[in-house]
Design a protein around this ligand. Structure first.
Ligand SMILES: *Cc1c(COP(=O)(O)O)cnc(C)c1O
Length: 265
């Protein structure tokens, strides 16, 4: 899959590696500025958009530098990598971990242990296993339901038409606090197509709020990454998940992180 930037001037392959605390301070300031400008353009308060730094593939030494520069929460796509870093960085106080990638049920216990938030919930079987593990630990977990808004077979997440029923069925899992919806937009140079994914997620949230008791608590929209955060914010994102614009370009192709479900189960 070719990864075109959805936003001119935001070409992920050109982000330089951040190697010092100052590099991270500068990159974080740039990202916050992009968020702020997108908010100003769309008449939103920047305080309503949370920046989730995504540290996947970044080694612990550099992650540590980013924390010194101000990162207080970290998103990881793969739970085993999150687990490794969670252990290695356990001396950092108040660091919060968000798992943002597809999860197999046999690794749910790791998320239950380490994560404050899980953004890729897309099956009831997984919800059930997470609930059981969380109950054993006496913990709760903020969750986002992942939606496949692009219709691509290579993307995880529920088809939009199944979201309302799915969220309704989650009510029997009290340890899972449903905060909202998450999506990955289509990778396309066609900004209108990217925007359409974000619009769809926002419309689904409106439907949730209207049709579900408790829907008023499910207002979060996690959408937008290094290449398309402006579009996402214009369409209502409350969480943007940003990796490369903070840490630098990744060598691994994105297909490594969201392969076709058929090939990975
Ligand atoms: C890697 C990743 C991101 C961040 O992408 P960047 O291009 O590094 O900003 C966001 N969401 C998910 C689910 C990811 O795996």
């Amino acid at each position: 899959m070719t990864d075109f930037p959805a936003h001119p001037g935001a070409c992920p392959s050109t982000y330089p590696q951040a190697l010092t605390v100052d590099d991270f301070r500068r990159n974080l300031a740039r990202v916050r500025q992009r968020i702020e400008q997108a908010c100003v353009r769309s008449g939103r308060d920047p305080a309503t958009v949370r920046l989730l730094p995504v540290s996947k593939t970044v080694d612990c030494a550099r992650v540590r530098l980013s924390c010194q520069a101000g990162c207080r929460e970290l998103g990881e796509n793969k739970v085993q990598e999150a687990y490794r870093k969670w252990q290695a960085l356990s001396d950092l106080p108040d660091l919060r971990w968000s798992v943002i990638g597809h999860l197999q049920t046999n690794k749910a216990h790791l998320v239950a242990r380490l994560a404050h938030e899980f953004q890729a919930l897309d099956s009831l079987r997984l919800a059930e296993v997470l609930e059981r593990r969380l109950q054993l630990l006496g913990r709760g977990l903020d969750v986002f339901v992942q939606v496949n808004t692009s219709g691509e077979a290579s993307k995880y997440g529920l088809p939009p038409a199944e979201v309302i029923r799915f969220v309704r069925e989650l009510a029997v899992y009290p340890a899972l606090r449903v905060r909202g919806l998450m999506t990955l937009a289509v990778f396309s140079p066609d900004r209108a197509r990217v925007r359409q994914c974000f619009v769809l997620l926002r419309q689904l949230r409106e439907q949730l709020c209207q049709e579900l008791a408790g829907g008023a608590q499910m207002t979060q929209l996690s959408m937008g990454m290094s290449g398309d955060m402006e579009l996402a914010i214009e369409e209502g994102a409350t969480v943007v998940r940003v990796g490369q614009a903070i840490y630098g370009a990744r060598a691994l192709p994105d297909s490594h992180f969201w392969p076709a479900p058929a090939s990975h189960g």
